[in-house]
Design a protein around this ligand. Sequence first.
Ligand code: GLV
Ligand code: MN
Ligand code: MN
Length: 419
Amino acid sequence: MTRTVRINRDRLWDSLMELKEIGAYDDEATGLRGVRRLALTDADADARRRCVRWMREAGLEVRVDRIGNVYATRPGRDRSLPCVLMGSHIDTVATGGAFDGTLGVLGGIEVMRTLNDAGAETLRDIEVGFFTEEEGVRFGTDMLGSAVTAGRIPLDHAHKLADQDGKTVKDELIRIGFDGDACERRPIPHAYIECHIEQGPILAAAGVDIGIVEGVQSISWQRLTIRGEAAHAGTTPIESRHDAGLVAASVVVEARRMCDSGDFGQLRATVGNLDIGAGQTNVIPHEATLTIDLRNPDDDHMTAAEQHLARYVHELAARHGVQAAWERMAKTVVVPFHPGIQQLLGATAEDLGLPYVRVMSGAGHDAQEISAICPTAMVFVAGENGGISHTPREYSTPGACANGTDVLANAVLRLADQP
Ligand code: GLV
Ligand code: MN
Ligand code: MN
């Protein structure tokens, strides 16, 4: 007979509210209190230590690997069997909320506490982990820790990535005391489940708390540097300018036009970082850098979009007499999740009486990396305010967080008893 557990809703919520105080800041744009916990900063280190404390208090064995990923194990009866893994991330963007990533980590810790309360033994070990630099905001590559673990990004390459001040991942890991000695290529789990907020409007529109995630769309991050020539704003004839700012602005507009055109499927394009240097009123900008974030649920459409943009920039640069240099920051293809794990999550939600819908993920997640090494799927939890995220307005109700974590707990329990 299938065992059913229910997590402690108040305890989960208290943990979420406690962790959000680490890295809290006053957000001027919203007037709300947000979370700024960029990877491997002091705030991230404090949050890591708090999570490790909670893991140890739950009686778990904690280990840290060489890219700073942290895992905590609850032993099963047969320790020779691959474990069932839960997890996500606790780093945030600079304007983050309390739920992105942390729900999956604190939810995983809550699952462990719940199993302890129930005195539940499992056949397999169960682990909960958090991965380094999921957001990619500080060192420029998203899903970094999980990509290293899964073998897509070599450890050495990841260690050498540097932030805007030239500080490297390796040096920052050492500085905050999370340069662990466990091998970064972790033992292959039996399965991985990540519980995460949806960060979009689909679940709320369907009137459900739960989404079973079918996969993650393709993500392309590039940095474009345009070099033109500084010159006098009043005296330089329009036709003889090499205006790097104008070219950058045209790229922003073209990226949006591409989305609206429908020529690239369901393309989403964002220029989130645009820098035209010192910015003097009466000087034509000589250099501009911008980041271009493209998302697409279809790999062919993604390729076509990248090629179009490359051509567009090439022609524009020639027309304006500027140099354009591309730098690849990150690229992942469409990742479909494991049908069997999706099915198990759906059956678990049904048994708990929780309605759900199936969705494709718009955001990137550690699960897309871990899915390269073991059967993987995700549980989504609905958000308020249209599911808005990467802003302090991000909010999921205590009930929705608890329902998602109940699905996580019971799915993990079932997987951990599979021979
Ligand atoms: C991760 O938050 C992403 O950028 O999708
Ligand atoms: Mn996330
Ligand atoms: Mn995020």
